[in-house]
Design a protein around this ligand. Structure first.
Ligand code: DX5
Ligand code: ZN
Length: 218
């Protein structure tokens, strides 16, 4: 099996919200392959961020894929708004909807790539039947809701299991990813690295941080 190339998707959650457009452009100039947009509704997770109007206004600043991670209840009611806002990839939490299979079809019919997200406590078997229809699986490696939390090491085995399940599809990891955890997640089979605090509020320049993450897979 060929593991797809390592991509970095900086999470806007840790950027300067007063300068979102500039922050996106800086991350793209620094080598970001996608821009990870964390949408939180204060119900599915105990935090609130932004929604379709903000993403629509950012679309023209983002000339890489807009990777929209929905941490919201009833995502099926909102995916059209996110597609209209310009999302390229829409991932939803499998725990937040009764009919994930139907929702993947719905997202694809809207012209977007579709992915499912699993919380740390959700067994990977839950999505086995979806493995051949998703464009990406996103594994939460922290409990969703906030940036800057510590990677949960028990997720490494889950990454291995999901890689075995999805072949060469994209496997994204989100939470606590930095130059210390990146080698292990890549070794386990992840190829899309979300990084919020490491890129936007860490001790390296955006370019250096992104390069260090990519180098972890070399
Ligand atoms: C957490 C979000 C993440 C978050 C990651 O709920 O889904 O995307 O921004 O932040 P770091 O990289 O700081 O753990
Ligand atoms: Zn995220």
């Amino acid at each position: 099996m060929t593991i797809p190339k390592i991509k970095v998707s900086p999470s806007l959650l840790s950027c300067d919200f007063s300068r979102l457009g500039e922050e996106i452009r800086a991350a793209v100039d620094a080598g970001a392959d996608m821009i990870h947009c964390d949408v939180m509704d204060g119900h599915f997770v105990p935090n609130i961020t932004f929604g379709p109007p903000v993403l629509a206004s950012l679309r023209s600043h983002c000339d890489v894929l807009m990777d929209v991670h929905l941490m919201i209840d009833a995502p099926e009611e909102y995916v059209k708004n996110f597609a209209d806002a310009g999302a390229d990839i829409i991932t939803f939490q499998v725990e937040a909807t009764r009919h994930p299979h139907r929702l993947i079809t719905q997202i694809k019919d809207l012209g977007c790539k579709a992915g499912v997200v699993l919380n740390p406590g959700t067994p990977e078997e839950t999505i086995e039947y979806l493995a051949n229809m998703v464009d990406m699986v996103l594994l939460m490696t922290v409990n969703p809701g906030f940036g800057g939390q510590s990677f949960i090491p028990e997720m490494l085995r889950k990454i291995e299991n999901v890689r075995a399940m999805i072949g060469d599809r994209d496997l994204e990891v989100d939470g606590g990813i930095d130059d210390k955890t990146a080698p292990a997640v890549i070794e386990a089979g992840a190829n899309v690295l979300v990084a919020g605090s490491y890129v936007f509020s860490g001790s390296y320049s955006y370019r250096e941080a992104i390069e260090r993450l990519k180098a972890a897979g070399a």
